[in-house]
Design a protein around this ligand. Structure first.
Ligand SMILES: CC(C)(COP(=O)(O)OP(=O)(O)OC[C@H]1O[C@@H](n2cnc3c(N)ncnc32)[C@H](O)[C@@H]1OP(=O)(O)O)[C@@H](O)C(=O)NCCC(=O)NCCS
Length: 212
């Protein structure tokens, strides 16, 4: 019988707190407490932009909530259970959004869910395509993942486009999966496998989505 040789990876080893993942126009790195204020401003500014697409807490967050969630993210990444990174502009270091690996399963799965958002003023410029391809390269090259998936509402054209451009495969519709913006929303499940990544990565480089 064939056995799977894949090994669980410690995020503290492959994604140490200070590691930055670069793409041509942005870099990804973990938030620290010093980012909390700027990040909170970005969240407040984008509240109505995110409302239709992202689950949100019942009340708008305060600075202390953001600081607590940064602490929580660091704890979870020490357990290799999730990885949350800010999206920063390379030219001036401004925070533009966020990208996360959540629902990480090792064992017989080696999979993670992907979530992301970007500031409205910086959307539509191809930056999320860079962010997603960059984190995927790290997932498949450094973190031994076998499958990365993302749930997207059928009407979220921009998000679907990001995944489709990158070659994610639409697997099906999860009915009424998440409670967002006051109601249960269907989500398409898209996924990418490690063997698909290896076939696509050359094209991503040629398109300029990944750092050379
Ligand atoms: C989804 C999101 C992250 C995309 O980020 P982005 O930086 O704008 O993405 P990109 O510019 O890399 O790619 C977006 C693509 O969608 C296209 N697009 C944007 N709005 C669209 C629309 N209404 N209909 C069709 N295509 C659309 C863009 O033209 C672009 O495609 P192109 O490169 O072929 O021109 C951003 O719109 C966002 O943060 N939305 C709110 C939060 C959210 O939806 N998060 C994801 C939840 S699953």
């Amino acid at each position: 019988m064939e056995t799977e040789k894949r090994k669980k990876v410690a995020f503290s080893f492959v994604f140490p707190v200070e590691r930055c993942l670069f793409s041509p126009r942005i870099f990804l790195r973990r938030f620290s407490r010093s980012h909390a204020e700027e990040y909170l401003e970005l969240v407040e500014k984008n509240r109505f932009w995110l409302l239709p697409w992202m689950p949100e807490s019942s009340k708008p967050p305060l600075l202390a909530d953001i600081q607590r969630s940064i602490e929580f993210e660091h704890q979870e990444s020490k357990r290799s259970q999730r990885l949350d990174m800010g999206i920063f502009r390379r030219s001036d270091g401004a925070i533009l959004g966020r990208i996360s690996l959540h629902s990480v399963h090792w064992g017989v799965s080696f999979s993670a869910g992907l979530g992301y958002w970007i500031d409205l003023e910086n959307s539509g410029m191809g930056l999320m395509t860079e962010a997603v391809s960059t984190i995927l390269a790290a997932c498949f090259e450094d973190a031994n993942f076998h499958r990365v998936w993302a749930g997207v509402q059928p009407l979220n054209q921009a998000s679907r486009k990001v995944l489709e451009k990158l070659g994610f495969v639409r697997e099906g519709l999860h009915r009424k999966e998440l409670f967002i913006n006051g109601k249960w929303q269907d989500q398409y499940c898209f996924s990418l496998l490690d063997e698909e990544y290896r076939q696509l990565v050359g094209t991503w480089r040629k398109k300029g989505w990944l750092e050379r």
